[in-house]
Write a protein that binds this ligand. Structure first.
Ligand SMILES: [Zn+2]
Length: 376
C-alpha cells in the first residue's frame, strides 16, 4: 500500500489527523483520526480511524468514540465536507469507540445506517433474558461488560440513543454490491457482529479485526451461552460468533480473500507515535496474528505447567504491571481466559474452582494442531 497523503497533521498518535488515498478507479478515501482515550490504563489503541468513501454515494465507515461529534464535524470541514454529504454509514461492530457518535451523525446527515444483522440485536435491550448476564439491563453488546461502573454510567445516554436507531440495511454474512463497488466480509470474534468492508477489490477496511502493531481483545466463547437467546435465530444453534477461535477463523477467512488487496485501512494505529503503520499485506498480517495467538497459548500453558494456577496469577505473571492498572486488569483477565477457553476445548487445560477460574494443564498441546490448521 502506498502511504496515504496527510491532509491535516493532528497529534503524534493520529488524533485529529486526516489522510487521503485514491483508488485505481479514482475513488477518494479520507481517513479521520477521531480521539479515543481510555483513562487510567496503558492499553492505548490510539484514535479510531473513521473512513469516508467519496463515490456516487458517499459512505462513512464507523463514527468513532462517543462525545466527538464536534471533532468529527471539524475534520469533515477540513476536506470541504459536511454531515449532509454523508449518504450512508456502515458500522464495523457494536463497540462505543466505533459507533459512539452514530445517532448524532446519522440524524445530522439524514444518512442510511448499514450493519451486520447481529448488530441490531447488540444495540437492543433484552432485559427479560438474563442467562447469566452481568448486566441484563444493558443492550446486547454490553451484557458482559467488565468496565468499571463509572465507565458504564458514561455510556448510558449513548446506549439509549443507539437502541432507537433504525437500521436501513442488514448486511448478510458475505455479500457484495457490485454497483457500489462495496463488499462485506463477516469476521466475528472480536465481537459477534464484526465485519470488514471491501472496496473495488482493492481496499479492505478491517475495523478492529486486523490491526497493525496490536491485536484486538477477543470475545469469550462463554458469551455464547449468555447471549445465545438474543442472537438472530440463524446463529443460535452452534457458536460461530464468539471467542478467540471464531476470531482465528475470521483471520483465516481474510487470508483466502481474492487478492491483491492493495490497501488496508485498520480502525486503529494507522498512524501512531509519529509514523504510519502500513499493513502491506492483509494476508501476511492475518497469519502473523494467528501465530501470535498460538504463541500466547503456549506461553500461558507454560505458566500453568501442571500446577493449579488461578486466572489472576496467570495475568500477573504474563502481563507487565502497567497494563494491569485500572480497567486494564479486566482486559488482561479477559485476554488470558480467551486463550484458556481454546486450550480447554482442545483438552490441554482443565478448569476447576467454583468460578472456573483455576487452571491446570493436562500435559497435552493439542491446541497447536487445532489452531495450526488455520495457518493453512
Ligand atoms: Zn476499536
Amino acid at each position: 500500500m502506498k502511504t496515504p497523503d496527510v491532509i491535516l497533521r493532528g497529534e503524534n498518535n493520529g488524533e485529529g489527523m486526516v489522510v487521503h488515498y485514491e483508488t485505481a478507479k479514482g475513488t477518494d478515501i479520507f481517513g479521520l483520526g477521531i480521539p479515543n482515550t481510555y483513562i487510567d490504563t496503558d492499553w492505548d489503541l490510539g484514535p479510531t480511524w473513521c473512513c469516508l468513501i467519496i463515490g456516487q454515494t458517499t459512505t462513512l465507515i464507523d463514527t468513532g468514540r462517543l462525545g466527538n461529534v464536534e471533532v468529527f464535524g471539524s475534520l469533515l470541514k477540513s476536506i470541504g465536507k459536511e454531515f449532509q454529504d454523508i449518504d450512508r454509514v456502515v458500522i464495523t461492530h457494536s463497540h462505543e469507540d466505533h459507533d459512539g457518535n452514530l445517532a448524532e451523525i446519522v440524524s445530522a446527515a439524514n444518512a442510511e445506517l448499514w450493519a451486520h444483522s447481529i448488530y441490531r440485536q447488540m444495540i437492543s435491550y433484552h432485559p427479560h433474558i438474563k442467562d447469566g448476564a452481568k448486566h441484563p439491563e444493558l443492550p446486547g453488546s454490553c451484557r458482559l461488560c467488565n468496565m468499571p461502573a463509572e465507565f458504564n454510567r458514561s455510556c448510558l445516554p449513548y446506549q439509549r440513543k443507539r437502541s432507537l436507531l433504525n437500521i436501513d440495511f442488514d448486511i448478510e454474512d458475505d455479500q457484495s454490491l457490485p454497483d457500489d463497488g462495496l463488499g462485506f466480509v463477516f469476521t466475528p470474534g472480536h465481537t459477534p457482529d464484526s465485519i470488514c468492508v471491501l472496496l473495488e477489490g482493492e481496499v479492505i477496511f478491517t475495523g478492529d479485526t486486523l490491526l497493525p502493531d496490536i491485536t484486538p481483545h477477543p470475545s469469550l466463547a462463554h458469551a455464547f451461552e449468555v447471549n445465545r437467546r438474543i442472537l438472530p435465530t440463524g446463529y443460535r444453534q452452534k457458536n460461530v460468533v464468539y471467542g478467540l477461535m471464531s476470531y482465528i477463523r475470521s483471520l483465516n477467512k481474510i487470508t483466502h480473500l481474492p487478492q491483491p488487496l492493495r490497501a488496508t485501512f485498520p480502525a486503529h494505529r494507522l498512524f501512531y507515535d509519529g509514523r504510519f503503520n502500513i499493513i502491506h499485506s492483509p494476508v501476511d498480517r492475518a497469519r502473523e496474528i494467528i501465530q501470535f495467538h498460538i504463541d500466547r497459548c503456549r506461553d500461558i500453558l507454560n505458566i500453568i505447567d501442571n500446577k493449579l494456577v488461578d486466572m489472576e496469577d496467570i495475568a500477573l505473571q504474563y502481563f507487565p504491571r502497567s497494563l494491569l492498572r485500572g480497567m486494564g486488569k479486566a482486559m488482561a483477565l479477559n485476554e488470558v481466559m480467551a486463550h484458556i477457553e481454546i486450550m480447554e476445548e482442545c483438552g490441554d487445560v482443565c478448569l476447576t474452582g467454583e468460578k472456573r477460574d483455576v487452571a491446570q494443564g493436562t500435559g497435552s498441546c493439542n491446541f497447536l494442531t487445532t489452531m495450526g490448521t488455520y495457518l493453512r
